[in-house]
Design a protein around this ligand. Sequence first.
Ligand code: GDP
Ligand code: IMO
Ligand code: MG
Length: 432
Amino acid sequence: MHQSLVILGSQWGDEGKGKIVDLLTEKVDYVIRYQGGHNAGHTLVVDGKKTALHLIPSGILRPHVRCVIGNGVVLSPEALTEEIRMLQERGHSVIDRLHVSTNCPLILQVHVALDRARETARGNAKIGTTGRGIGPAYEDKVSRRGLRVADTADPAGFSEKVRELMEYHNFTLTNWYRAKPVDVESMIEETLEAVSYFKTAVCDTVDLIHRCRRNGKIMLFEGAQGSLLDIDHGTYPFVTSSNTTAGGVATGSGLGPRYIDSILGITKAYATRVGSGPMPTELFDNAGKHLAVKGQEVGTTTGRGRRCGWFDAVAVRHAIEVNSISGICLTKLDVLDGLSEVEICVAYELPDGNVVDYLPGGDEYLRVRPVYETLPGWDETTFGMTSLDEMPKAAKQYVERLSRVVGAPIDIVSTGPDREQTIVISTPFGVD
Ligand code: GDP
Ligand code: IMO
Ligand code: MG
């Protein structure tokens, strides 16, 4: 039985990670987030009831699961407090099953102000961030001037450090961006108040994870965003500010890479993207509308419409390589029901006519044209199917073809948002 399983997105996010994490946690003891912050929006549907999570790992709906926010996550104390309250109001116990790393960099209100000011200043070249302060918080971490959860244990010392930091940030906000400064004292007070709400959950999560490992606990590492949004391997600069790919598990949780047993790449049966940046298979026709409407492709965090397009096998192949994905979970297959034809992008054509099977770097990626392979569609519904045998022949053919073109086995197929609407072909835990 695999002990450490990673679940991450192989496209541009919103592949359905939350649903699959929730499904698989039936057999898991701990779920660990290791990067990103509350820019994530993971949707879980249990018996028709929807829950959207941003920061708390998607294992929280299972009472036997303990949830860890690892050191690689940028943490907004206000957002965490709000999410704990929301879950408690719905009858879930949270605080006694939650562990928050002392080393999480804090997202302060000023990071949100900077994120928004930068986006405004970029104008048409904006990234289309979620406006949650993610980029500026990671910048403070890397520049070694940021504050961590541990700093809040000494309120006076914390306040002094924040005041010093704010001289720099408020100078930038007012003089460079011509934006309003952030009120330092109320920011300090609100941060400390929010942290006090979950301070009993704060601990050394690296030590915790290794105790779990030594004691044979089953751990699931839950990725946020998607591989093409990775700061190093994604479509830079139109990316998020963390390592969303598998390397981020080790740095963001403290689990050494050799302890990872399997990596499940959550992969949507078509492509979507929120925010700006290249997306070679984006559609502007009726097929695109079909995907957006039937797939209800609206952002969980920001409510923005997601851009939709055909499956991009070149992008997914890249994700399989950089993550060493061992198996794929194909989600939202049911959204393709009713299309007369389905396309798979198998290569890119460059402006000079050359055809390539990799992601060209820099701005060249903005100019590639997709090379498609066309497959027959299907009229029958696959919605809610729980067995491959029930599946229409053309849908099965599509799944098999995708597996071949991306070069990875498809272990799970998801046919609806509910936990139960799933076909498990091969368990990602190795053995049952
Ligand atoms: P995440 O960020 O990767 O967790 O994905 P999101 O929750 O942002 O977006 C996925 C959306 O698709 C959510 O609304 C899910 O409830 C829904 N979903 C997940 N799997 C399926 C599926 O197989 N079929 C359909 N129709 N919806 C799904
Ligand atoms: P989940 O976990 C889809 C996108 C934003 C923007 C870029 C940078 O639900 O899959 P940021 O606020 O991170 O600085 O924004 O990344 N983005 C996501 N897109 N799903 C997400 O998370 C995302 N989190 C960030 O739209 O293009
Ligand atoms: Mg999402």
